[in-house]
Structures are given as structure tokens and as C-alpha cells.
Design a protein around this ligand. Structure first.
Ligand code: HEM
Length: 286
């Protein structure tokens, strides 16, 4: 998403059919084929004009002697893998959502949204299903590295349960989860068993998006339809920036054990994460 716009019309960032898994098992040394000419390496937007392409070429080649092979650098790499994930995610926002966004907006900006309580409830219910699923996955930890992400303080399942209880007390009927939430939850369950790099991409995007754009959306919706009531969904115990920093460090540590191909595979999953989250976000306007 990064938008409330039809995802199907967005340009895939990693659309090269040569990105294929070579091996697919529960071994953390999975290897994947990756095309080094892909945009994953260059960070080029598929919609860039050719004039812009050179400007946007973000792979850097470190200083080398004539005998050395040039070493490719990836945007954000020097700061750690989270910065690489963030770089890819920010480009998938529309220009009106975030200043680093590169996509054209096709729908109204959040400030112009006209949400309904029923639509917002559908969004909260489906979000809860996704957080319940993520939180169960890290508890069960089918890959040992998932256990790092237990009790980070970013969990949203309990806070969403309280919010839904509050809506019930106000006389609203809580709907059953709908297709966007059910599909995303099923997808995460499957992915988590067989593809830890892709799963971690969703984990990062879901929790971090919610603390950034998600909070802003929550504020705007509350102003319009909840008499500014701040839901538990948007409250964290403790210092949020410290919680985020702790999770960034854990993500960076986990990714230190990945090959470059595994890292690229993780980055390639970002677009799917935007699409599936966007489908849930759109429920607010349903
Ligand atoms: C209407 C929808 C959205 C809006 C308005 C929005 C807006 C924003 C804004 C303003 C930021 C902060 C930029 C900054 O640090 O300067 C941000 C960060 C981010 N967004 Fe979004 N966003 C939206 C949807 C999404 C979606 C669907 C995803 C992925 C599932 C996503 C992933 C992220 C990530 C990973 C960050 C970086 C957070 C961090 O560095 O801590 N966003 N977004």
C-alpha cells in the first residue's frame, strides 16, 4: 500500500522472475538465487525516468585497488539490516504519505478520509487476527531466531482485545474477521514455517508501520469518529522509541547470520507486506 490505493496498479519493486529459491527447508542456511542486476540491488524505482535513474542508483562501490573485486553496497547497509528494510519500505509509500515515498497517490490522503465506525471495527478485528497470529508464531518459534521476538513490548493483541471490548460496551457489534485479515494470517502461518527471511520482513513492517503511519491514521480516525478517544492499540507500556530500538538491534543481530541472498530475499518480500497490510487498512473506508 502504503496506500489506500489499488495495490494491483502499483509497480512491483522486485518483479524479476529470476528471484527464485534454490533450496527450501528448515535450515537457516537457505540459499536463494538472486539477480545482481535487480532493483533490489540498485534501489531504483521502476517508475523512475531514465534521467532520474542515475540519480537513484544507490549501489555504491567501495574504494578498491585494481586487484580487488569491487564490493557492492546496499542502501542502509552500513547502519544495519533494519535500515535496509526501512529504505525499501519507505520507497513503497506514496508521496503524500511520507516524504521518502515514491509512489503516485491514487486515493485521498489520510486527512481526507471519511471513515465509518463499522469499517474501523472491521480494520481492528482483522488487525487483531494478524497480531494474534504473529504473537503465536514467535511464541512457538518454529525457527529458533523467532524466539528473540517474544515479549518485545510491541505486542498489540491484548490492547486490541481491550479496544474491542470497549466498542462492545458502547453497543457496537464486533464483526467476525474478514477476508483481508484471514488471508494475511494464513499467509503468515505458512510463511513462518518455511521461509524465515520473508516472515521477518512481515514482522518488521507490521510492527514498525503501526508505530509510524498507523499511529497517525489512528489519531485522524479518532478525531473524526471517536471524539478523539485514544485506543489502547496506540498506547505502549514504556518508552516506545526504546522498545523500537531494542527490536531493531535484535533484527540486526538475526540478519547478521544471513547470506546476502537471504537478505535480498527478505527485502523482496516488502511489497507483499505492503499489499496485504494495505488490504486490511482499506477496511477503514469500507
Ligand atoms: C496510509 C498509509 C500509510 C501512511 C500514511 C504511512 C506513513 C508513514 C510515515 C509518515 C512514516 C514515517 C517516515 C519517517 O520516519 O520520516 C512511515 C514509516 C514507515 N512505514 Fe508507513 N505509512 C503507511 C502505510 C504503511 C504500510 C502499509 C507499511 C507496510 C506494511 C508501512 C511501513 C512503514 C515502515 C516500515 C516505516 C518505517 C518505520 C520506522 O522507521 O520506524 N507503512 N510511514
Amino acid at each position: 500500500m502504503a496506500s489506500i490505493t489499488p495495490i494491483s496498479q502499483s509497480q512491483p519493486l522486485f518483479n524479476n522472475t529470476q528471484f527464485r529459491h534454490r533450496k527450501f527447508n528448515n535450515n537457516k542456511n537457505n540459499m536463494f538465487f538472486t539477480n545482481p542486476n535487480s532493483r533490489a540491488f540498485t534501489g531504483q524505482s521502476s517508475s523512475s525516468s531514465s534521467a532520474n535513474k542515475n540519480k537513484k542508483m544507490v549501489v555504491m562501490v567501495s574504494a578498491t585497488t585494481a586487484a580487488e573485486k569491487p564490493k557492492k553496497r546496499y542502501p542502509g547497509e552500513a547502519k544495519g539490516f533494519v535500515e535496509e528494510m526501512r529504505f525499501v519500505a519507505m520507497k513503497l509509500h506514496t508521496r503524500d504519505q511520507a516524504k521518502e515515498g515514491e509512489k503516485d497517490s491514487e486515493g485521498p490522503p489520510v486527512a481526507k478520509w471519511e471513515p465509518s465506525v463499522d469499517g474501523y471495527l472491521r480494520f481492528l478485528v482483522d488487525s487483531k487476527l494478524v497480531y494474534d497470529t504473529l504473537e503465536k508464531i514467535v511464541q512457538n518459534a518454529s525457527f529458533p531466531e523467532y524466539a528473540e521476538f517474544r515479549n518485545t513490548g510491541l505486542e498489540r493483541s491484548d490492547s486490541l482485545a481491550k479496544d474491542l471490548e470497549w466498542f462492545k460496551e458502547q453497543g457496537h457489534t464486533i464483526p467476525e474477521p474478514s477476508t483481508p485479515g484471514v488471508s494475511y494470517a494464513n499467509y503468515l502461518k505458512e510463511l513462518s514455517k518455511k521461509d524465515p527471511q520473508a516472515f521477518i520482513c512481515h514482522f518488521y513492517n507490521i510492527y514498525f508501520a503501526h508505530t509510524a503511519g498507523g499511529r497517525m491514521i489512528g489519531r485522524k480516525v479518532a478525531e473524526k469518529i471517536l471524539n478523539k478517544k485514544e485506543l489502547e492499540f496506540y498506547k505502549w507500556n514504556g518508552d516506545l522509541s526504546q522498545l523500537l530500538q531494542n527490536v531493531r538491534q535484535k533484527l540486526n543481530r538475526v540478519a547478521e547470520n544471513w547470506t546476502r541472498e537471504e537478505k535480498n530475499h527478505c527485502l523482496e518480500e516488502t511489497e507483499k507486506s505492503f499489499k496485504l497490510s494495505g488490504d486490511i487498512l482499506r477496511l477503514i473506508l469500507s
